[in-house]
Design a protein around this ligand. Structure first.
Ligand code: G3H
Ligand code: ZN
Length: 308
């Protein structure tokens, strides 16, 4: 089916207390693996294009892969920009047909984050595309001490003001996770998640989920986390498959042999996450709810052209 926006999916997740997996992909096998599992598990899914993926594959190429993959299944698929770095990049993604954006101004002074997020929202909303923003900062595991992680956490009162001023549709929160951890050891600050949820009312997004304990993820979902980003855990599975393939078939010269195994390993990792997040089975066999409101073409359209 055509791509859908993240707006309705996240609203459903918020209402029904589950989370949608937002999986990073860099190549064809990864994109295919993610949508195949979403289809098998009857789960809505967000495929996100990171800054690394844009450097590796190119924006249009990455977007093209996701559009083709979405067209091959009958569960809803969102094409999302992950950690958008600038106003300009967000507009380029709108033009390329992304159905969900992110402006990450978390490293900027607060007022600058408010100003750019607001501008992105104004333009994206004019064509019916939702925007994720970030407040507080989800750091990188390799250069974050526990004190730095604590100091970078999202302030609930500031989050209330930020959402009111920017109109952002969802908020990435810093609540104890860090990016690119290789073991599931982090505990989230559930009280903080609850406080942000109560003050903002928008679906909350967990970044850096690869390093978070499963129980903490379940609790976070119960308290307002509706979208969960996963990258490192999936890369670990994919590379494990590649390594095993290379060992198992030392004389093989056809790369598809190794890539097929990597894809299978990745599929199992995606399945595990979709089940953990509670999104498996959320799409009935009849497909996504009928009606044009949830389904948008790959290219953004003027709001008036689409029923709300
Ligand atoms: O935006 C992407 C994520 O936050 C992924 O983080 O690599 O720790 O799973 P992760
Ligand atoms: Zn992230």
């Amino acid at each position: 089916m055509p791509l859908v926006t993240s707006k309705e999916l996240l609203a459903k997740a918020k209402e029904e207390h589950f989370a949608i997996g937002a999986f990073n992909a860099n190549n064809m096998e990864q994109v295919q693996a993610i949508v195949e599992v979403a289809q098998e598990e009857r789960a809505p899914v967000i495929l996100q294009v990171s800054q690394g993926a844009i450097r590796y594959a190119g924006l249009e190429y990455a977007a093209g892969l996701v559009k083709l993959a979405a067209a091959s299944v009958d569960v809803p698929v969102v094409l999302h920009l992950d950690h958008g770095t600038s106003f300009e990049q967000n507009i380029q993604c709108l033009r390329a047909g992304f159905t969900s954006l992110m402006f990450d101004g978390s490293a900027l002074p607060y007022e600058e984050n408010v100003a750019i997020t607001s501008r992105v929202c104004e333009i994206a909303h004019a064509v019916g595309i939702p925007v994720e923003a970030e407040l507080g900062r989800v750091l990188q595991a390799k250069d974050a001490s526990p004190e730095e992680v604590a100091a970078a956490m999202t302030d609930p009162e500031q989050a209330r003001e930020f959402i009111a001023r920017t109109g952002a549709d969802s908020l990435a929160v810093a609540v104890g996770s860090v990016h690119a951890m290789r073991a599931q050891e982090a505990e989230l600050d559930i009280e903080r998640i609850e406080a942000i949820r109560a003050r903002t009312g928008v679906p909350l997004v967990l970044h850096g989920s690869s390093g978070v304990r499963e129980e903490s993820i379940r609790e976070a979902i119960a308290h307002g986390i509706c979208k969960i980003n996963v990258a490192t855990y999936l890369n670990q599975a994919f590379v494990r498959g590649l390594r095993e393939g290379l060992q198992k078939y030392p004389d093989e010269v056809d790369p598809r042999k190794f890539l097929a195994l990597a894809k299978e390993y990745l599929k199992e990792a995606v399945r595990e996450k979709i089940r953990l997040f509670g999104s498996a089975g959320k799409i009935g066999l009849a497909g996504w709810r009928s009606g044009p409101a949830q389904v948008r073409g790959a290219r953004p359209r003027p709001a008036g052209a689409v029923e709300e």
